[in-house]
Design a binder for this molecule. Structure first.
Ligand SMILES: O=C(O)C(=O)C[C@]1(C(=O)O)C=C[C@@H](O)C=C1
Length: 372
């Protein structure tokens, strides 16, 4: 039977996430004390998989998890999914909010209820605890009269606590994205994939631009980009990037190789099936109105001309610099041109365009730019 490690004890959001992922019939759920322990249980083979919260709708990234994924190359992301996150204010028995002097919970939960706490419990001291369910459990064990916990409904039921208030999170539709980690990479099949990676950029002007342009060049859509300190010196960063595609897809593999060559280093955190929410995000073309499709086409036509304008400016700038440095470049030799044209034709095919028509247009434009 599969064993799934999660942040325990029973009754946490991570517990619910593990149940949503596999259910108790299909897996044994193994509660861990910390997120590091979840990771360790997978590395040491105690668990086949582990569940980690990675991103919240209100608070953004769960930074310790981003750090953990980077620090443990032995594990890879195998899946992702969203869990609705509703917070409850719990106490050992019914009491008024004015009696509450201390609120215990996981730091993420306390942050997700910041406005509620400021408005309804301004007198309370907030005490961070390793997990929401542990906060609920401590109420039962310590039973202090002025104590409350923020935790899921599952914790109220499991530990027999009174519900003082419900849905106290700052956004009604709060949710957290969880990832499943394991030791085996996910093979590419017929699915919609995402790849997560961390790139350590070289500290120079345009460093981020040169990373992003590789994706744009290959037409790869990014779903998230985020920077974290590299923890070497102030000002050096690691960029966490999520992209649409599997690391084995040729265009993704090409960009990853380029980044590996041109950056300080990259870590591939995993290629995994994209959650259904992401898959459903793109409206089907047939669902869009004819009018909005036509206006999208008009916009692309304008962007095409704007891009040509940008290219013109670059060509002129190159010309000026060559004049200044007295190093006017000879036209590319036929072989170099052939390589360039072949790449353009390949890109055309990848995009479902006629390579002949694209080559013709490209040559026409090249002739025009050469004359400038
Ligand atoms: O303490 C819990 O219940 C957890 O599962 C941890 C955690 C988190 O770290 O983000 C999980 C989901 C919620 O966003 C709040 C807390």
């Amino acid at each position: 039977m599969r064993k799934i490690g999660y942040l325990g004890p029973r009754g946490t959001f991570s517990d619910q996430a593990a149940l949503q992922y596999l259910g108790e019939e299909q897996a044994e759920l193994v509660p861990c004390n910390t997120l590091e322990d979840v990771c360790r249980s997978v590395i040491e083979g105690i668990c086949s998989e582990g569940i980690l919260p990675i991103e919240n709708l209100i608070e953004g990234s769960v930074n310790p998890v981003l750090d953990l994924l980077l620090e443990t190359p032995q594990v890879t992301i195998q899946a992702e999914f969203m869990l609705p996150v509703a917070h409850y204010l719990l106490a050992p028995s019914e009491r008024s909010l004015s009696e509450i002097k201390t609120v215990l919970s996981h730091p993420q939960a306390l942050s997700q209820c910041r406005q509620y706490l400021a408005n309804h419990l301004p007198q309370a001291i907030l005490v961070p605890v390793e997990s929401t369910a542990l906060a609920a459990k401590r109420l039962v064990e310590e039973g202090g009269h002025g104590m409350a916990a923020i935790a899921p409904l599952a914790s109220a039921n499991r530990y027999g606590l009174a519900i003082l208030d419900k849905n106290i999170q700052d956004q009604p539709h709060n949710c957290t994205r969880f990832v499943v980690i394991g030791t085996e990479p996910v093979p590419m099949k017929n699915d919609t994939y995402k790849t997560s990676l961390a790139v350590s950029a070289i500290d120079c002007p345009g460093a981020l631009h040169s990373i992003l342009k590789e994706f744009a060049w290959q037409g790869i859509n990014l779903t998230r980009i985020e920077s974290r300190p590299a923890k070497t010196y102030l000002g050096e960063y690691i960029f966490y990037i999520d992209l649409e595609g599997h690391r084995c897809q040729p265009e993704v593999a090409e960009v990853l190789q380029k980044l590996a060559d041109e950056s300080r280093g990259i870590s591939i955190l995993g290629s995994y099936p994209a959650s259904r929410r992401l898959q459903g995000q793109e409206p089907e073309p047939s669902m869009a109105t004819l009018q909005s499709l036509r206006s999208d086409i008009d916009l692309i036509d304008r962007q095409l001309v704007q891009l040509l304008g940008k290219r013109l400016k670059l060509v002129k700038r190159v010309g000026e610099l060559e004049q200044q440095q007295g190093s006017v470049k000879e036209p590319s030799p036929p072989k170099e041109q052939q390589v360039q044209v072949a790449a353009i034709r390949q890109l055309a095919v990848q995009q479902g365009l006629s390579p002949d028509v694209v080559e013709k247009s490209y040559r026409l434009l090249l002739d025009y730019f050469v004359q400038i």
